[in-house]
Write a protein that binds this ligand. Structure first.
Ligand SMILES: Cc1ncc(COP(=O)(O)O)c(C=O)c1O
Length: 272
């Protein structure tokens, strides 16, 4: 694999590769890296295997995604952002490690003015993170969300996003003026307009996304896939329904028609 070749090349050059970072749910397309072969490679050469699950780490608990997340328990560390998947206020990120001693080894420091408290006092935060002050409101938002949803509720929430993403990809595929470019297994759909008029497709997609955003009814971004700018929808709002997906498609097609008109073509708009 390319990673093994890169590690070997680094070692041959006298460098010391020490860490590989895989991604669970890439920002652009929602792809999930295969974990087990990377862990095997890391173990063989003494490297740390960290997974960036900021966006898709919580997929590890969803049965439908089990094959994609095989090996998550063998990671050396994993980041998860509850402010993405769980809709808690920014910024609530978590670094998970199988052995808390790793945090202590990496971060612990004891300033002379931090005197030891009672034997059963809570440990200083600076023994496990780069922070000292306890950010209570961040933890409270996450605690309340987990308390309300429970483990099953978190799974059901993510399953809701996965169903929405499947439906959106189906609708895009069924719409002749749209083409699905990438997306999944995490709930993302990247797509393009198939009949761009009045400008290059890259610029057109950027203008369509701006129009849709300015309309204020749905949010749509652009992303570069293999050097081309396409439209990107991420399903991560617990209030989103399948009706919203229809609205999204309508908004995109209206924006495409508006761009076509603005470009001065004499073809009538195709969608109302
Ligand atoms: C895969 C991934 N990692 C990391 C980040 C950064 O997250 P934050 O700075 O919000 O913690 C993002 C943000 O979109 C992301 O999608």
């Amino acid at each position: 694999m390319a990673l093994r070749a890169a590690v070997t090349a680094d070692m041959d050059a006298g460098l010391l590769p020490f860490c590989t970072v895989t991604t669970l749910g890439t920002t652009a397309t929602g792809a999930v890296d295969p974990l087990e072969p990377v862990t095997d490679l890391c173990r063989g050469v003494g490297m740390w295997h960290h997974a960036d699950g900021a966006w898709g780490g919580l997929g590890a608990g969803v049965p439908a995604l089990a094959s994609h997340y095989a090996g998550v328990g063998g990671l050396d560390s994993l980041t998860v952002d509850p402010h993405k998947t769980l809709s808690v206020p920014v910024g609530c990120g978590a670094l998970l490690v199988p052995d808390p001693e790793h945090l202590h080894t990496a971060f612990a420091h004891q300033a002379s003015y931090l005197t030891a408290g009672e034997p059963d006092a809570l440990p200083w935060l600076s023994h496990a993170t780069i922070e000292l002050t306890r950010p209570g409101t961040r933890a409270l938002g996450l605690w309340a969300t987990l308390h309300h949803l429970g483990r099953d509720g978190v799974t059901r929430l993510i399953e809701h996003y996965l169903v929405l993403a499947d439906r959106l990809r189906e609708r895009i595929t069924a719409e002749p003026r749209l083409q699905l470019v990438a997306g999944g297994p995490w709930p993302v759909a990247c797509f393009r307009i198939t009949d761009p008029n009045g400008g290059g497709p890259d610029a057109l997609h950027a203008r369509i996304a701006r129009r849709v955003q300015n309309n204020g009814r749905v949010y749509l971004a652009t992303v570069a896939i293999h050097g081309r700018t396409v439209l990107r929808a991420a399903l991560c709002n617990y209030r989103t329904t399948t009706e919203d997906l229809d609205l999204l498609i309508r908004e995109v097609l209206h924006a495409a028609d508006a761009e076509q008109s603005a470009a001065g073509t004499d073809q009538p708009p195709q969608h109302r």
